[in-house]
Design a protein around this ligand. Structure first.
Ligand SMILES: C[S@@+](CC[C@H](N)C(=O)[O-])C[C@H]1O[C@@H](n2cnc3c(N)ncnc32)[C@H](O)[C@@H]1O
Length: 505
């Protein structure tokens, strides 16, 4: 049994805020607890007090970085993303029920990364409402975090987690209990929960071509590209031809994985396993339904400035979905990515007013959370000297992507530009904490140190920048003109600055 007190949680929340800029209020303590119950056993620690001490110690940084994604990814809610649930209710589930009834088989749905159960239980409620019997549909829900699974299985929901639920559903499917509500057994029994690591190379319990629908929402945001591609290969294998995968609202496989078809359903996007299996081998030998990829998928081209891989997600590119394969309306309008490219060109040409108006419009109109556009908008504000608006815009990014490194880097740049060295230092240290390998952050820190008259510290930071530049640097999300984000440019700039510092003694 783990011993976790409120004081431990408060200390931990303070540490997360201080190092990573992550705000965890009292209502986030539950998520914090879940994260702890996954990390503490991994280290063989039963006392949260000892865990917090360990975090504060010299080796603590590394552990804090392992804890962070667990804290931020714990969030879930009933019927999260109304557009997707509308599509599920009006089209996807009714069509699926019709199909399995016709084919005389059971529908197979998988909620991958189900957290505390709100997602699979929302599906179960919808299926009851649609008149599906428990025998007609199998809902399998998995998560890496055993504490989340345990909580899901218990089916008890405190008031805060009941809040997003319509009154009608609350009355129909739940029973009031001490401190919250219990989900009725008839719904609970429709979902099978199991622990499963989605990053594992094989899923032993998943038959090829067995799933009709997979929901994997808000899970892959912190996976690196290789992990995402491996997982998508396994999802593709697991789906029946024509089966669908739903990702989270701000997740897209654009330029990451191209073996699904993208379809639009009632305003929501879904990835479909092609109905026709591509045959691979010219020799005509029987092959697995999913041909192994011969060549790596193309990475986002370095030549085109946008869209770029977005924040933190390691290298998870493009936030906005590509145009659907079969667009509902004829495509004439430029895509958000194209519009953003136009904004970047306006900035480059010095037309800040025009760029600002276009970026604002894009942020308002593009219903998909578009971090590239928001980051770019923040940068335009900063360049125009509108410090507060820049700050608010980066704050908006952080409220949805709390570990977004770019928001910190650009925040530091904006502060530096405004001569606010304290703010710049605070932002850049958070960027460095989150991603110590980003040379640009070391370079910015060096600039802060230099401007603060700290020559030794500046030299050290420039050298750190040069040291990191020996490794491949990832491109940044968002556009900033003349940002030395190419390794060659940062190298040159850091060398010059270092030489100048050495000369000046
Ligand atoms: C933000 S929650 C998403 C919950 C739900 N899908 C939703 O969208 O509301 C992310 C969940 O992914 C789980 N997760 C993270 N990495 C995982 C992995 N490698 N394998 C399985 N689950 C993972 C976390 O434990 C967490 O419960």
């Amino acid at each position: 049994v783990l011993n976790i007190t409120e004081t431990d949680l408060a200390q931990l929340a303070f540490l997360l805020l201080d190092r990573a800029g992550l705000k965890v209020g009292q209502d986030g303590y539950y998520g914090l607890k879940l994260a702890l119950s996954s990390r503490m056993p991994a280290l063989g620690i039963a006392d949260a007090d000892e865990y917090v001490r360990r975090l504060k110690g010299v080796t603590g940084e590394h552990e804090l970085r392992s804890l962070l994604p667990l804290v931020t990814v714990g969030h879930t809610e009933f019927f999260r993303d109304p557009r997707q649930f509308r599509a599920l209710e009006q089209r996807l589930l009714p069509d699926l029920l019709t199909a399995v009834r016709r084919e005389g088989r059971r529908a197979q749905i998988w909620s991958a990364g189900c957290a505390t159960g709100e997602e699979p239980y929302s599906l179960a409620m919808l299926l009851v409402e649609l008149g599906a019997s428990p025998d007609e549909v199998d809902i399998w829900a998995t998560d890496l975090n055993p504490a989340a699974i345990e909580s899901a299985q218990a089916g008890h929901f405190p008031p805060r987690r009941m809040a997003p639920l319509a009154e009608q559903r609350r009355r129909r499917f739940f029973t009031p209990a001490a401190d919250g509500h219990d989900l009725n057994t008839s719904v609970k029994e429709r979902v099978r929960f199991e622990g499963l690591n989605l990053a594992a190379p094989v899923f032993a319990h998943v038959l090829p071509a067995s799933k009709d629908l997979i929901l994997c929402r808000n899970v892959i945001i912190y996976f690196d590209l290789d992990t995402i591609r491996g997982l998508m290969d396994r999802f593709l294998q697991a789906l029946r031809p024509g089966g669908l995968l739903l990702l989270g609202y701000s997740e897209s496989l654009f330029r990451v994985y191209d073996r699904f078809e993208m379809v639009e359903v009632e305003g929501a996007f879904a990835y479909r396993r092609p109905a026709l299996v591509r045959s691979t081998t010219r020799e005509g030998r029987a092959s697995s339904p999913i041909p192994p990829r011969a060549t790596p998928l193309p990475m986002p081209a370095r030549a085109t400035p946008l869209p770029r891989p977005p924040p933190r997600s390691g290298e998870f590119p493009a936030v906005q979905p590509p145009p659907p394969l079969r667009p509902a309306v004829p495509v004439a309008k430029p895509t958000p990515a194209e519009r953003l490219e136009a904004v970047a060109r306006q900035v480059d040409a010095g037309d800040f007013e025009g760029a600002l108006a276009a970026a604002q419009k894009l942020v308002e109109e593009d219903t998909n959370l578009n971090l590239h556009a928001l980051l770019t908008l923040g940068n335009i504000y900063a360049l125009m000297g509108r410090r507060q608006q820049a700050r608010d815009t980066f704050g908006r990014v952080l409220s949805t992507e709390p570990l977004c490194v770019e928001a910190r880097v650009y925040g530091a740049l904006a502060a530096l530009q405004a001569g606010q060295l304290g703010d710049a230092r605070a932002e850049v240290s958070k960027a460095l904490f989150l991603e110590p390998t980003l040379a640009l952050s070391h370079y910015l820190l060096a600039q802060v140190e230099e401007r603060s008259g700290e020559k030794d510290a500046a030299r050290r930071a420039y050298r750190n920048a040069l040291a990191q530049l020996r490794f491949k640097q990832r491109p940044l999300a968002g556009f900033y003109p003349d940002l030395p984000d190419s390794p060659e440019l940062v190298t040159r700039a850091a060398r010059y600055a270092l030489a100048a510092l050495e000369e000046s003694g």
